[in-house]
Design a protein around this ligand. Structure first.
Ligand SMILES: Cc1cc2nc3c(=O)[nH]c(=O)nc-3n(C[C@H](O)[C@H](O)[C@H](O)COP(=O)(O)OP(=O)(O)OC[C@H]3O[C@@H](n4cnc5c(N)ncnc54)[C@H](O)[C@@H]3O)c2cc1C
Length: 360
């Protein structure tokens, strides 16, 4: 590839890199470099759920902004994204501590002008008669923003738009290092060539610290998650149902309830936080996830699980890093999106493109 191949290089074609590159491509010639295929990282191995209930602070604000962007995204990208934002969201509490956490998160929603209400067990049972198990109550948010999207379709649609705007994608090409000239970014070295550009944006998920180190690692921890995918079924849980325990669980270990239906009528059962294992999902995790789901929604016992997948989240204490990497002019990153990257991607992309746009 020739010198100054692009105005901006984006490393990684997951949902974060693709959305960021899409917004950057409105005003810049963008080159995305992906070491495998688009959406082959966490973005292609996750629940793909869209939600704001349960979040707080800046992540709640980002989620709400993102979910509003999602509403118009199929029109904007001129693509069907299997988007459904009409799901309700229910968080279930099994003890008083969890109920208190839910009360705080409902307050946070309301302070941001978003609907959310706390329900007693009786009210949950009335609203969701098929639920069982030992929960004390829950928090419920109406449909309108919560739901599901197909990340493969979002990534493909962004890449198509980027290419229409004159940008390019290099796939199966790993970025090995970032080129610097007197503290200024000059491009990247891939396994095959040098590619020059004055701005480089790192969106390479959980492996990014390898690339940033020794420049400036942002402190990412890889955390594996397991999901069971059922056959297609008319059974409808009535909402995205999550356990409040997950909100408080340690960053790197939890097996918790999450049940939601996709736009293709499969049910996704999760979710876990575990150490990354080359062997894939642990049998004990699979059994525990199934047990939790069967306890809360006994009708699921009649439905077959077709596949089990694992994905690796990039978790960062204190939330995601979105912005310039200190000390290196022209180097930016959007990393550490943990379990929220599908929800946050449009707003994170727009946010970083705005920061970079005001510089170049
Ligand atoms: C089990 C599980 C469930 C989840 N559920 C949800 C959910 O319901 N809702 C939600 O909002 N979020 C969810 N998430 C989180 C979400 O999947 C992630 O936050 C999001 O996908 C991160 O996107 P990303 O683009 O940063 O990373 P990735 O999708 O991992 O993309 C990074 C890309 O960079 C490429 N790459 C890496 N190194 C290099 C290199 N050196 N050179 C070139 N390319 C490179 C990789 O191949 C990859 O394609 C879940 C995650 C998991 C694991």
């Amino acid at each position: 590839m020739s010198a100054h191949a692009a105005d901006v290089i984006v490393v990684g074609a997951g949902i974060i890199g693709s959305m960021t590159a899409y917004y950057l491509s409105h005003q810049n010639k963008v080159l995305i470099i992906e070491k495998a295929t688009p959406c082959s990282g966490a973005s292609g191995a996750c629940n793909s759920g869209l939600s704001y209930l349960g979040k707080e602070g800046v992540q709640l604000e980002r989620a709400v902004q993102s979910l509003l962007i999602y509403k118009n995204l199929p029109d904007e990208l001129q693509a069907g994204l299997d988007l459904n934002q009409e799901r309700r969201m229910l968080l279930l509490a099994e003890n008083e501590d969890e109920l208190k956490v839910l009360a705080d998160r409902v307050d946070a929603c309301r302070s941001s002008g978003m609907p959310g209400e706390l329900l007693s067990r009786k009210k949950v049972e009335k609203e969701f008669p098929k639920l069982a198990g030992s929960f004390l109550g829950g928090a419920l948010a109406a449909g309108g923003l919560h739901g599901y999207v197909n990340p493969f379709k979002v990534v493909a649609a962004c890449l198509r738009k980027i290419q229409e705007a004159g940008g390019k994608l290099l796939r199966h090409e790993k970025v090995k290092s970032i080129l610097l000239e007197k503290g200024q970014v000059a491009g990247v070295q891939t396994g095959k060539r040098v590619v020059r550009a004055p701005v480089v944006v790192i969106c390479s998920g959980h492996e990014a610290d390898n690339l940033l180190d020794p420049l400036n690692p942002v402190g990412l921890k890889p955390v594996q998650g397991t999901i069971l995918i059922t056959e297609r079924t008319p059974l409808d849980p009535g909402a995205k149902i999550f356990s409040a325990a997950f909100l408080q669980a340690p960053e790197n270990f939890a097996i918790s309830l999450a049940v939601e239906k996709t736009s293709t009528n499969n049910i996704l059962i999760g979710t876990s936080r575990e150490m990354v294992s080359k062997q894939g999902p642990a049998r004990a995790t699979i059994l525990e996830l199934a047990h939790k789901a069967h306890t809360i929604l006994p009708d699921l016992k009649k439905i077959n699980v077709l596949r089990v997948i694992t994905g690796i989240r990039a978790v960062r204490s204190g939330g995601p890093f979105i912005g310039p990497v200190p000390g290196y002019t022209g180097l930016y990153a959007s990393l550490g999106h943990g379990g929220e990257g599908i929800t946050i991607a449009p707003q994170a992309g727009r946010e970083l493109a705005k920061i970079i746009g005001s510089v170049i």
